[in-house]
Ligand binder design. Structure first.
Ligand SMILES: [Zn+2]
Length: 271
């Protein structure tokens, strides 16, 4: 969303709420910022109180839009807190809700097909040590990319043929052309209904269509961004990973509106 339109919808609390109302159809999106319950009622001084946990808060619409906007621009929770004048824990809760909404979005449920790149990569583990496959303390992430389409990434417990094939058959249409490197776990792809083409990194690099540069582009995109969160806890890592997937897949789209939409879908489920 351009700043001009953003300025318009955040001019007043009313306009902000109207925008959210419209974006969320019938849902006014006023909910408790502590427990996410929508069972809130108005009290004096344009404030609301949560029926469930008794938390009292101001209309949050305008600030929500600001938080979403600054999150879109990739500011950290502490920077957002400074900018919108809320406490760090409140903003951290808000951005966690945004990330949960991204994780819950249905966007990732589609099947991929055509020309596919498959590869794994390792995240985290700041300590120096073994690199690459089997590296200690690192989290293996499995990636599937449709050329000229979207990327899907998932954390895997290991990189055995079984794990990788499982994910592939659940994500990629049979009959697709699948490009991988020479890692042996991919050898069985040809028995699963795919045309499997292997790349030998040492001999030919990006020769003709035989490459996995699309996916390598995503790995560096995600890792570059995750560096600033160094020390993302293992338990929060899936949220950050899905955020990277979402940002990458929508890098030419309207991320702000998509995030509002995802939030609207998430909140009613939390009643
Ligand atoms: Zn509450």
């Amino acid at each position: 969303m351009k700043l001009e339109s953003f300025e318009f919808i955040t001019k007043s609390e009313n306009r902000a709420r109207l925008f959210l109302k419209k974006a969320c159809w019938k849902n006014a999106l006023i909910f408790c910022t502590r427990c996410n319950s929508r069972k809130v009622y108005r009290i004096i001084g344009k404030r609301y109180r949560c029926k469930r946990c008794r938390y009292t808060f101001h209309d949050f619409s305008k600030r929500w839009l600001w938080i979403i906007k600054l999150f879109e621009l990739e500011l950290s929770a502490s920077k957002i807190a400074q900018q919108v004048g809320l406490s760090y824990p409140t903003v951290l809760r808000a951005v966690t809700i945004i990330r949960l909404a991204i994780l819950a979005s249905k966007e990732t449920e589609i099947f991929l097909g055509g020309e596919i790149e498959i590869d794994e990569s390792y995240f985290g583990g700041r300590k120096k040590g073994k690199r690459g496959r089997g590296a200690a303390r690192k989290v293996p992430v499995f990636g599937i990319l449709e050329r000229n389409g979207v990327v899907k990434v998932n954390i895997v417990s290991d990189v055995t043929a079984e794990s990788l094939l499982n994910m592939t058959v659940r994500t990629v249409r049979r009959g697709s052309i699948v490009y991988t490197d020479k890692f042996r776990s991919y050898d069985a792809l040809m028995f699963c209904g795919y045309r499997h083409i292997k790349i030998n990194h040492s001999k030919q690099f990006a020769s003709g269509k035989v490459y996995i540069n699309g996916l390598e582009g995503f790995w560096s995109y995600a890792k570059e961004r995750l560096i600033k969160f160094h020390g993302v806890s293992g338990e929060k890592f899936p949220l950050y990973l899905k955020e990277m997937e979402f940002r990458y897949n929508n890098r030419h789209g309207n991320i702000f509106n998509l995030m509002v939409h995802n939030l609207c879908n998430l909140v009613p489920n939390r009643l």
